[in-house]
Ligand binder design. Sequence first.
Ligand code: ADP
Ligand code: MG
Ligand code: MG
Length: 879
Amino acid sequence: MSEDRYIYDLSEGDASMRSLLGGKGANVAEMAKVGLPVPDLFTVTTTACVKTMNNGGTWPEGLADEIAEALKRLEQRTGRTLGAAEKPLLLSVRSGAVHSMPGMMDTVLNLGISDESVKALAEESGNERFAWDSYRRFIQMYGEVGEGVPAHLYEDALAALKHERGAAQDTDLTADDLKALVATYKEISNEYLGGEWSSDPHEQLNRAVDAVFRSWSNPRAEVYRRAHNISASLGTAVNVQQMVFGNRGDTSATGVCFTRNPSTGEKALYGEFLVNAQGEDVVAGIRTPRQLHEMQEVLPEAYAQLIKTMNDMELHYKDMQDMEFTIEDGKLYMLQTRNGKRTAAAALKIASDLVGEGVITQKEALLRIEPGQLDQLLHPAIPPKHGKDPIATGLPASPGAAVGGVVFDADTAADLGGKGEAVVLVRYETTPDDIHGVIVAQGILTAHGGMTSHAAVVARGMGKPCVAGAQGIKIDTAAKTLTIGDRVIREGDVITLDGSEGKVYGEALELIPPQINEDFLNVVQWADDVRRLGVRANADNFEDASKARELGAEGIGLCRTEHMFMAQDRLPAVRKMILAETPEQRAAALEEILPMQQQDFEGIFTAMKGLPVTVRLLDPPLHEFLPNLVEQSLLVQRLELTDGDSGELAEARATLAQVKRLHELNPMLGTRGVRLAMLYPEIPDMQARAIIRAALAVKEREGETVGVEIMIPLVALSQELETQRAIVVAAVDDELAKAGQQLDYTVGTMIELPRAALVADKIAEHADFFSFGTNDLTQTTIGISRDDAENGFLTNYVMEHVLERNPFESIDVEGVGSLVEIGVEKGRQTKAKLKTGVCGEHGGDPDSVSFFHGAGLDYVSCSPFRVPIARFAAAKAVL
Ligand code: ADP
Ligand code: MG
Ligand code: MG
């Protein structure tokens, strides 16, 4: 076979080939290799899918022929023939992406069943019901996936028939019922497609393969990829596999199992199954399955074999496995295995336990942990004792607490949730179609479906609380009501979900702060042993600083001082300072502000004593401390109309004049940061004094103080920093002299303008450290305003893949990243040991942290809650 073939047979694959064969194909091949019973298959590569996508949907040359040949080989190996009236081969056509996307793409089961082969199937199995059940399932899946018939047309027909027969379950329908249903399904398909659909299994196979290719781009797959930063260009593989039948009667079954509990990480049996069913029933969340341990009684031999397989595969892959299996007439077949998706808590526990069991090393454990996932650990929790009674109970499908207003469809959830409202999505079943609503909802509640359904898997992966299969709840989507007993809950009514216990409360429970557990401390310690990059926090008050320290911050990388100016009780003094007409008046007003600033610094310095704290001098433009121009104009007008020439009017006019004077068309690029300090040197003088007095006071009181680092923002010219440094040094030295004390301190600058990065060698002459302000650097490098762009074109750019990520969330490595590298390099040309860090949103983004590590920075600084994430990300960057 040539190099650029598009198909691999089962025996040719293994786990290392996942980028070509997709995770599912590669892992099925691996299972075959170690001797596990898997149905035979061939895999169409991801390359074939990518070529098809890039070719406007046309298959690459030779693919159709290769499929025909691979099918012949499969027919030979199985001794069966597709579409034959005797010994027919039935196939499943399964998607299989490189990164698993549970339930987001399409699958067609029972392909090859036809008016001829259905009889052979019935005879071979001696089970007519089974044959017709398989047939109706095929038309339903193929019609929907391959030909685009709306699923509800079939579902409605099935529901109508069940209603007519008084059947509670699908399994209550007889062979004759199902035969009639097949006829109805054909009519539905014919009517919808105008007779234009293929009944030739070979043609159907090609169409099904093509449909799976296309399902890579369906909306839910797109939404899922965006939420998980999976590239849209990877494509999916397609597995064409012999069918095994879990719906062949009472000695047949299908199910899903996890080798450890994916919610908590505990080493305990976790799985679900259904007798006489096909796997879609479980994973699609249509029926609420039974607990796996019950299978021991029903199918003891297959059960024992499954348990052994679970243990073997976990050791083989050295990680928790999520497996799909089917039992046909008592014989077990494995259909899938993958490293199971899990909550952050489970990830930590499993990693920690596997190290304890000697299965993996600490380093491997760290590699397993997804830093971005860890913020789940920091969500508020249900208090252990609250004394409230649940209104309903279901399966604890994904742990955590969710409080929000009830909504009954994913679109509404996406709409309201997207606007920042807290919503709980309530659905009939747990389905991947709702993914866009799930992403923004606080939690999910369903009436049907189990804990191993795709939607539950997805919810756990995202840390969304989910209660599934809640008994006794009635959902009326049209009326938008949820009825439990005689309690009616309407859209917007607030409920609370406890996803750890599977409980639903008919009110908003008070939540408590999260508890950091032992596994976390264990594993994060390993991360600290490995990482080079320091991790600091952005904080500007005692509470945040304390939290940051508790979460492992090694200092404050950004303490903003403007918040200290904005407090209500300080505004009058601040305004007096701004309205001052002479430097003396201004100094007097600042004299009033100084003790207040000092008090704030004392709080932070107390929390962080022994660690460094970078204090940034005043950054925002002064108009931010004044009333809004329009409002002030209106006030003046109103006063002019009501009370002629009172003192109030004069004051309002004076303020208006000042507001007008300070008004700027483009304040982000205006008189702010160092520019303000150049105009009003009294401000940095006062701030430097407040910082030093606070540090001395804390040292006196606590016996120890922080490493004081004073930082000048928005510097573009080395002259700016030279001037400001002199002002700060003079003020500090004066304070120290007056106090008769010594204190080490440094003066540095932010690098947040492209020019500053480009002339960093000059700027470094006056700086003891650099801190890259990547928020402003992104705005000024790309030339986009953060506040405006996110409401406009930027979101669109990300949707359309003009940009893969929002550059304010994850650093634009090519552009902004280059400036960071230039800044570091030039800065260190001047001062080899120049300390460099980064502050801003990017400091808590794992991908950006990895970049900063590579760029040789000394530390990142992020919001206190993201500190643990940055610690892990910094370790991963080393590994
Ligand atoms: P997904 O990626 O959505 O999980 P799968 O390809 O795993 O899609 O197929 C969905 C379900 O269909 C599986 O969980 C399994 O139960 C069933 N299935 C897939 N292939 C076969 C097969 N060869 N025989 C029997 N059932 C199958
Ligand atoms: Mg699957
Ligand atoms: Mg800035």
